[in-house]
Design a protein around this ligand. Structure first.
Ligand code: SAH
Length: 501
């Protein structure tokens, strides 16, 4: 079977090609590097074997071993994707792997990738060529610049006057600068250093050749030298949430969408579902029974998306709803009904239980029943408030919120986050039990009830969304970005004062 040498791009998963993504989705084996490819292996089938051959300082993986592994995997008849950072043939040793496969008679294909050589400068706002400024660019390795054994003619490159894009040059940067200056480049020639390019941790340093040696560089770094380095079309780090690390704590089903929306705004997002939504204790028996007798109720009240979804499932045939009125606590819950072509009769203007109660009509003199389908453990504000208006309220458990099993690496990343986003009191409670006293960041909450729980747990609430929906929370976090940046690292070091969950 074919071995695919696939370029994964330099870090941003969006820079993977369509062809690469398609192959990854049907891979049986993914042999991957450390650089850039980390987040992408998730799109391989769950059954795919993932082999990490990333070269780590101090623990080198022999290239000959990788070549042998690719040949063996190719011969085993499985679909093999060799996922490499950037482009496989740009300092990726892809040529050596192709040669080994060629020699062994194993068929292979090459899927080019977006190289850090162009992507890192582009994400830093530097075009590698620019009309009237640079008519070409040279991509060169900075490795072994000091002893000259790489054979790069630095002085000659300086004379050519093209843009120089240097990969693997972080540790040799002082020697490189010296040799370029010796070749005739001025001390004050513009230099841009892009560290962790295209990732949310991207750092861009603007310096000069004379200063390059003393500039703090964190690998992986791409160094751009030449007149284009003075240009600055920066956009990536100007996105609203760039530079902030946020934790999304909601359930696995809804977390990815929120994480994607925050990442789109530039945030580095840790997806750490702290709760999960499961069947109620009775497996939904009470809900199904209530739904088979809907004629008994005047109203059905739905206080969450999960409640609405499970209610509709239990109803089955929508004609059963013809004589009952529907109330939804907010627009997202309402949209579940609208998705089934049902128009809610009541959605309060503020999306909290108290507003729903206020907007709810009083019961007629003869009385009437309300079915409230909701989480197994919830506040009493809704049933009590409706009862006070004369209704007979029947509460059925539509689902149960349970603690999610946290992913240890996500927990680790969450500890160093700036802000955790909470969409319900239960997300706060379970987050605090997963990270007891170790989260030094701030809390952003969907509304007052969740904010009160966060405060009770000893967290500092810096954002309380005025519109109590996931979108409202995202918007509130985005518009608080300057404040959040100014508070970076300044949250309470520990939450000792909080109640333990
Ligand atoms: N095949 C890769 C390059 C591999 S060499 C490609 O085409 O991109 C590894 C070097 O690439 C690093 O030392 C660094 O100079 C550069 N590099 C890789 N990822 C990078 C990133 N995200 N930001 C900046 N430079 C990066």
């Amino acid at each position: 079977m074919t071995v695919y040498l696939v370029g994964a791009g330099p870090g941003d998963p969006g820079l993977m090609t369509c062809r690469g993504a398609e192959l990854l989705r049907r891979a049986d084996v993914v042999v991957h590097d450390r650089l850039g490819a980390a987040g992408l292996t998730g799109s391989a089938p769950a059954t795919a074997e993932l082999v990490d051959v990333g070269k780590r300082p101090g623990a080198p993986v022999d290239q000959a071993d990788i070549n042998r592994m690719l040949v063996d995997a190719g011969r085993s008849g499985r679909c093999v994707v060799r996922l490499k950072g950037g482009d496989p043939f740009v300092f990726g040793r892809g040529g050596e792997e192709a040669a080994a496969l060629e020699e062994a008679g194993v068929p292979y294909e090459v899927v080019p990738g977006v190289s850090a050589a162009v992507a890192a400068p582009a994400y830093a706002g530097v075009p590698v060529t620019h009309r009237g400024v640079a008519t070409g660019f040279t991509v060169v390795t900075g490795h072994m610049a000091r002893d000259g054994s790489s054979g790069v003619a630095w002085e000659a490159l300086a004379k050519a006057g093209h843009t120089l894009v240097i990969l693997m040059g972080a540790s040799e940067r002082a020697a490189i600068a010296k040799r370029l200056i010796a070749g005739g480049w001025r001390h004050d020639s513009a230099v841009v250093v892009v560290c962790n390019g295209t990732s949310p941790r991207q750092k861009v340093m603007r310096t000069t050749l004379g200063q390059l040696g003393s500039c703090a560089v964190e690998p992986p770094a791409t160094i751009v030298v030449g007149a284009v380095a003075a240009l600055d079309f920066s956009w990536f780090q100007k996105r609203p949430l760039s530079g902030l690390r946020l934790v999304v704590t909601r359930a696995p089903k809804t977390a990815p969408r929120m994480s994607a929306a925050l990442a789109e705004l530039g945030a580095e997002v840790v997806t750490l579902p702290t709760i999960d939504i499961v069947d109620p204790d009775d497996k939904g028996v009470a809900l199904r029974r209530a739904c088979s007798e809907l004629a008994r109720y005047s109203w059905v009240v739905l206080s969450s998306v999960n409640g609405a979804e499970r209610f509709l499932d239990a109803v089955g045939d929508l004609r059963r709803l013809s004589n009952v009125k529907l109330a939804a606590i907010g627009p997202t819950t309402a949209s579940v009904l609208q998705g089934a072509r049902l128009r809610p009769d009541l959605v309060p203007t503020e999306y909290v239980a108290e507003s729903l109660v206020a907007a709810f009509p009083a019961a007629p003199p003869a009385g009437g029943r309300v079915l409230l389908a909701r989480a197994a453990v919830a506040r009493d504000a809704l049933p009590d408030g409706l009862a006070a208006k004369g209704w007979r309220v029947e509460v059925v458990d539509a689902y149960r919120t349970v603690p999610a099993v946290p992913d240890p690496s996500a927990v680790q990343s969450a500890m160093a986050a700036d802000v955790a986003l909470f969409t319900s009191p239960s997300t706060v409670q379970h987050f605090c039990s997963v990270l007891p006293h170790t989260f030094g960041g701030l809390a952003a909450c969907i509304g007052p009830v969740t904010a009160a729980e966060a405060a009770l747990q000893g967290m500092e609430v810096v954002v309380e969304a005025p519109v109590h929906t996931a979108e409202g929370l995202i918007e509130a976090v985005a518009s608080s970005a300057p404040l959040l940046r100014s508070r970076q690292g300044g949250g309470q070091a520990t939450r000792r004062s909080g109640r333990t969950a």
